[in-house]
Write a protein that binds this ligand. Structure first.
Ligand code: NAP
Length: 240
């Protein structure tokens, strides 16, 4: 039986275990997928010595875990974060399937005028998002709570910036369960039907950020399809 798992810190609400349990049933594969809540890199290091064949990695280890790997896929190296580990004869190899998931999920909805983006947040997920947007030739303005990260802070976002960037991507956890009545601090009054709002959050299915965009006629998409696509890509990597 093949064994897989998710490495992270608090995994009670994670999607992957259910997804892979259902997948094993659907395709008739004998597989096991477990959550591994780890408090330190040392704990992860011993987990990597076990018989497990592949891992997904989530908050807060997507960047730190790279120091424990034998090899990095070139995309993961460039992004600077991994979310999938495959056991190879020489050691663990790290991949970033968030890149694939994000690109495939937004591509069908992108139109010619979506050529400039506001990216909210500067964490691990924003790195995959920015990698994809740059590769699609989309200009980026990155927003952070603090002026030492990103290009601007939230209180510097003005009407011009909102009009200039028809694509707005939330890579922060703001609005995620259980804080479902929160939303990133934006001047939502400048959103138009030309905007496309993408939230990486998938729980709840419609965040306040997306609701506010829809009220202004914008196109709105949550992180569900990205999540499923990145999981499928992990499966493909483990079985290639
Ligand atoms: P992260 O590294 O913990 O945080 C992302 C960034 O959000 C932080 O670096 C911070 O940027 C900003 N932030 C954090 N708390 C904030 C707050 N209270 N107010 C405003 N900004 C805040 O997390 P991540 O790994 O990048 O993931 C971010 C979100 O994306 C999570 O909700 C995660 O579930 C989701 N995600 C979804 C998928 C998917 O497949 N759909 C994949 C990956 C991640 P600043 O310090 O610069 O403000």
């Amino acid at each position: 039986m093949k064994q897989y798992g998710l490495i992270g810190k608090s995994l009670q609400h994670s999607f992957s275990k259910d997804y892979f349990d259902q997948k094993f049933k659907k395709i008739g594969v004998k597989g096991d997928y477990q959550n591994y809540e780890c408090d330190s890199l040392e704990e992860i290091q011993s987990l990597l010595k076990s018989d497990i064949d592949g891992f997904n990695v989530t908050i807060p280890y997507k960047e730190e875990i790279m120091s424990l790997l034998h090899e990095l896929d070139p995309v993961a190296r460039e992004v600077g974060a991994v979310n999938t580990l495959k056991k190879t004869p020489t050691g663990w190899k790290g991949y970033n399937t968030d890149v694939y998931g994000f690109r495939q999920s937004i591509k069908p909805f992108l139109e010619g005028h979506h050529n400039k983006a506001l990216v909210l947040g500067t964490g691990g997920a924003s790195k995959a998002v920015i990698y994809v947007l740059r590769n699609l030739g989309i200009d980026i303005i990155q927003i952070s709570r603090t002026s030492d990260k990103g290009d601007f802070t939230y209180n510097q976002i003005n009407e011009n910036m909102m009009r200039f960037c028809p694509l707005i991507i939330n890579t922060t956890p703001v609005g995620m369960f259980p804080n479902t009545n929160e939303a990133p601090d934006l001047p939502y009054q400048y959103i138009t039907e030309k905007h496309f709002l993408v939230d990486l959050i998938y729980n709840p299915a419609e965040t306040v950020f997306l609701q506010k965009g829809k009220e202004k006629g914008a196109l709105a998409m949550n992180g569900k399809s990205m999540l499923e696509l990145q999981a499928e890509k992990s499966w493909e990597i483990w079985n290639s």
